[in-house]
Design a protein around this ligand. Structure first.
Ligand SMILES: [Zn+2]
Ligand SMILES: [Zn+2]
Length: 346
């Protein structure tokens, strides 16, 4: 290996496929993964839209699956040829924060930085990577399974984390704010956890359809005050038992608190941009906020089992597949909301 093709960002709206140096093992606990599929994340749109600082020419992309290509001398649990899901946040699995289930705050936290490329470096491979059994020796999984495995790299564990943070339990009425891939996975998480009513806030028909297939019982197309009023009606004037905030804007967070019943918790996983918390309402109504960056590795083994058993099919959030060569078109399609989520094939 000497050089690889990888997606790079050069400025707002400027995505290219470039030749960059191959990632290499830097620590004996690292692994290099040959990416067999990757995808574009809603959070990639923040720098794409110029709302996050950009390092010109930096690689981008944090979601991928693939085959272990190389392992450091201290990697014990993985072998070259293993097929793995790569959590976007890498962790050692052994520090106090990992042991407490907050792998996303690992003292050795790493991130996938060239997921939309041909190879990705993973730090603390033993703690981070999850092997997909039954697929090995450089093999690739059943193509029908690829989108759902891909969703396990970020969006499904993130939607699941929102539901866990919000304390979703059987019989609950759950409101999901956001109909992006994470919001849809939040719907799937809430219904899998046994919520009785799952309300998704969405005004886009294709997304509403997936949400219904994922277990949404109600769709609210209105936003702001009208949306909150519609949810009040669905909940008999009480409000939701749990709210999943999967967007990260001030408006979405405001809506989440407006529809949360007194004593409930808003689980938030949208990367916050311009959010001001309604502390007055949080205080007077005893509404809590929990969540944050998802500890993907915490949920990944169980979610993988659910995928392999056919219990959940989070890969349905992908509605466009492109060759890596066309990654720039993939970003445009997601930016213009022509696609929910784009799968890339190197
Ligand atoms: Zn992501
Ligand atoms: Zn750790």
């Amino acid at each position: 290996m000497s050089g690889m093709r990888a997606t790079t960002i050069h400025g707002p709206g400027d995505i290219r496929l470039s030749e960059v140096p191959d990632p290499t093992l830097l620590e004996p606990t690292d692994a290099i993964v040959r990416v067999t599929s990757s995808c574009i994340c809603g959070s990639d749109l923040w720098p794409y839209r110029g709302e996050n600082p950009i390092t010109e020419g930096a690689t981008i992309g944090h979601e991928c699956i693939g085959v272990v290509e190389e392992v450091g001398s201290e990697v014990r649990d993985l072998r070259v040829g293993d097929f793995v899901v790569v959590p976007f946040d890498h962790c050692d699995g052994t520090c106090a924060h990992c042991l407490a289930g907050v792998h996303s705050a690992c003292v050795n936290l790493g991130m996938t930085t060239s997921g939309q490329g041909e190879y990705a470096r993973v730090v603390h491979a033993d703690g981070s990577l999850v092997r997909v059994n039954g697929v090995g020796d450089g093999g690739v999984p059943d193509p029908a399974l690829v989108p759902s495995l891909m969703a396990l790299s970020d969006v499904m564990p993130t939607g699941w984390h929102a539901a866990v943070a919000a304390g979703v339990k059987a019989g609950d009425t759950v409101v999901v704010v956001g109909d992006g891939a994470v919001g849809l996975c939040g719907v799937l998480a809430a219904s899998t956890m046994g919520a009785e009513k799952v309300v998704v806030m969405s005004r886009h028909e294709p997304r509403q359809r997936i949400a219904r297939d994922f277990g949404a019982t109600h769709v609210v197309a209105e936003r702001g005050k009208e949306g909150a009023a519609a949810i009040k009606e669905i909940t008999g004037g009480i409000g939701a038992d749990a709210v999943l905030e999967c967007v990260g804007t001030g408006q979405a967070v405001g809506t989440a608190f407006a529809v949360a019943r007194p004593g409930s918790t808003v689980g938030f996983v949208g990367v916050p941009h311009g959010v001001e918390l309604p502390v007055g309402r949080m205080f007077s109504k005893n509404v809590g906020l929990a969540g944050g960056m998802a500890p993907v590795r915490r949920y990944l083994p169980d979610l993988l089992d659910l995928v392999l058993a056919g219990t959940i099919d989070p890969g349905r959030v992908f509605d466009l597949t492109l060759p890596l060569d066309e990654v720039a078109e993939g970003y445009r399609a997601m930016d213009e909301r022509r696609a929910i989520k784009v799968l890339l094939q190197p």
